[in-house]
Design a protein around this ligand. Sequence first.
Ligand SMILES: [Mg+2]
Ligand SMILES: [Zn+2]
Length: 161
Amino acid sequence: MRRALFLDRDGVINIDHGYVGRVEDFEFVEGILAFVKKAQERGYLPIIVTNQSGIGRGYYSSEDFEAVTRYMLQKMREQGIEIEREQVFHCPHAPEEACGCRKPMPGMFEAAKKRFDIDMENSIMIGDKPSDIEAAKRAGVGHTVLIEKNRPIRREEIDGL
Ligand SMILES: [Mg+2]
Ligand SMILES: [Zn+2]
C-alpha cells in the first residue's frame, strides 16, 4: 500500500479566482510545486481531488477542464514531479445533482484508494474548505490540514512531512 498526499486544486495548487476553467486563469500558488516534489521524495503519491461544478453549471466544458489539467501536469513534470492524468480526480457535477463524488462526499477519495491501493490512515489531505476536510475524514484519511486559500503552504505545518 502507498500513502498519498491528497490535494484540493483551487486555492491550494492554484489561485482560486472562482471557476478557473481556462489555462490563462491558472496561476500556481507560490511554492506549491516544490512542496509536492518534496512530499513525493518522502514517499507520498500526489493525488488531486477537485470539485469542478463549473462544468455542471455550464461555465466551462470538460474539454476546457482537460486543457487546464494538461497544463497543470506539464508544469508539475517540468519541476520533477512524476504525475499522470489518472492521479487527478474531479467531480463535474452541480450541487443539485447530489452525486457521491462532490466533496464533502468521499467518492473521489474512495476511487483513488481503489485505483492506487492507498494506505488512507497514513495519508494526508490539504484543503482550503471545511468540505475538503470532511470528505477526507469520511474516507478515512488520517491527517487533514485546512489551510487559508491561495496561501503558500509551509512544510512545518504538515505533520510528518
Ligand atoms: Mg479549494
Ligand atoms: Zn460528482
